[in-house]
Design a protein around this ligand. Structure first.
Ligand code: ATP
Length: 437
């Protein structure tokens, strides 16, 4: 079973490289462990996922504002948030084979799972934050951290956003951005990396309404994954038990996805109470309280957080869309992305490179290109061109054939059903618009 899962992942990884979704970082230098680069199709897919999140979480709502905070923040932020003292994982080394493990992930705490020797060190706490220096002098006073989460950038801007956007509680702040964690055991392709992107939203509420808003955001976030096209039966909830709850959280639920390597967290929804704003108020002396007309009181808002990983969502989308369909012949791989996020929305083919077909095809390509990411391909048989587009996850292939000149129609081949239907050229843009909405 494990081997089958490994096979599927390794075939997906090789497809990602071959088709330009994801490459190993610095590959020509032998690669850098746990760092990945997104190629032409991958960067497009990632951008589409981020746009889909941003639209759902901010632009389509009146109560959530966007933010783009700096990666480097005042080092005191991380002291206040608890990251300097508590953002650690237990690190265990094997003295024989030099393998490293997260102590909490070891089933048998006495024996090395790689070489089998009873030569594991005591577990010691390892801080996951990356450090660097600000300015030319490298000493303790110039240490800054690469942020390990985007959330703190939101908390320290709570008052700025509230005042400048004239928002009233309940309201939220959403942000997409890079985060860095010096993970002990990165792996499973882009599932756990040391540099990754988060899509986080912090919703500020009156403490008495925390249950209501927690349930509300659970519902919204679950629905978002369904709208992204993820199969419902591959998603489930996991509630954090008392031993799993982070020190700041009153309640936490993860949305999990069934990857080939098991059920794993995709996103966390957390009730962070007034922990963060209270800590920042205590540390800075800046009043974070909110005056509420409804409740006629001054209070520090509670925060409901929705915290998703962009790269992890992208891996989910890839795994969920990946299919091998033998009915398509030898080249049988197809990525069944939702058209909303597929990197290429349509490919345009002249059936043959003569009889005026390429000219019409190029013309259609140029028109559609102003609205959609489309791709022109005249190379090889139509079957091969379809197969290439199936692997790229392109939902529609538009072919210009002999009939086009007679009645201004083309065929649209649907990636999933493989059916072809005829459409007027003038209706193509509307067809694609409906499909991607
Ligand atoms: P874990 O316990 O697995 O290390 P976490 O519970 O600390 O993770 P959060 O701090 O809740 O994770 O992060 C929120 C989201 O950010 C996660 O659900 C995940 O999608 C993403 N994420 C966190 N760490 C990584 C990582 N190292 N690589 C990729 N994505 C990550």
């Amino acid at each position: 079973m494990a081997n089958k899962a490994d096979d599927k992942m390794s075939r997906l990884v090789s497809l990602c490289k071959r088709r330009g979704f994801i490459y190993q970082s610095s590959e020509i230098y032998g690669g850098l462990n746990s760092c990945w680069d997104y190629g032409p199709l991958g960067s497009e897919l990632k951008r589409n996922i981020k746009t889909f999140w941003w639209e759902a979480m901010t632009n389509r709502r009146d109560d959530v504002e966007g933010l783009d905070a700096a990666i480097l923040m005042h080092p005191a932020v991380w002291k206040t948030s608890g990251h300097v003292d508590e953002f650690t994982d237990p690190l265990v080394d094997c003295k024989t084979c030099k393998s490293r493990f997260r102590g909490d992930e070891l089933k048998d705490k006495t024996r090395c799972p790689v070489c089998g020797n009873q030569t594991l060190t005591e577990s010691r706490q390892f801080n996951l934050m990356f450090k660097t220096f600000m300015g030319p002098v490298e000493d303790d006073t110039s240490i800054v951290y690469l942020r390990p989460e985007t959330a703190q950038g939101i908390y320290v801007n709570f008052l700025n956003v509230k005042n400048s956007a004239r928002q009233k509680i309940p309201f939220g702040i959403a942000q997409i951005g890079k985060a860095f964690r010096n993970e002990i055991t990165p792996g499973n392709f882009i599932f756990r990396t040391r540099e990754f992107e988060q899509m986080e939203m912090q919703y500020f509420i009156h403490p008495s309404e925390d249950e209501k808003w927690f349930e509300y955001w659970k519902g919204e976030r679950w629905q978002w994954y369904l709208e992204l096209g993820i199969r419902k039966e591959k998603l489930r909830w996991h509630e954090h038990g008392p031993d799993e709850l982070a020190h700041y959280a009153k309640k936490a639920f993860d949305i999990e996805y069934e990857f080939p390597f098991g059920w794993k967290e995709l996103e966390g929804i957390h009730n962070r109470t007034d922990f963060d704003l209270s800590r920042h108020q205590d540390a800075t002396g800046k009043d974070q309280r909110y005056i509420d007309e409804r409740f006629k009181e001054k209070f520090i808002p509670y925060i409901i957080e929705t915290s998703a990983g962009c790269d992890r969502t992208l891996l989910t989308v890839l795994v969920d869309a990946y299919d091998e369909d033998p009915s398509r012949g030898e080249k049988s791989t197809v990525l069944r992305f939702s058209p909303k996020i597929s990197p290429i929305k349509a490919a345009i083919f002249p059936l043959v490179k003569k009889d005026g077909m390429p000219e019409i095809a190029v013309n259609i390509y140029k028109i559609l290109k102003t609205q959609f990411k489309v791709f022109y391909d005249a190379g090889g048989s139509v079957g091969r061109r379809y197969a290439r587009m199936d692997e790229a996850g392109c939902p529609y292939c538009i072919t210009i054939d002999g009939q086009t000149k007679e009645d201004d129609t083309v065929t649209i081949r649907d990636r999933d059903s493989m059916e072809q239907t005829r459409h007027k050229i003038a209706e193509l843009a509307d067809f694609l618009q409906n499909a991607v909405e």
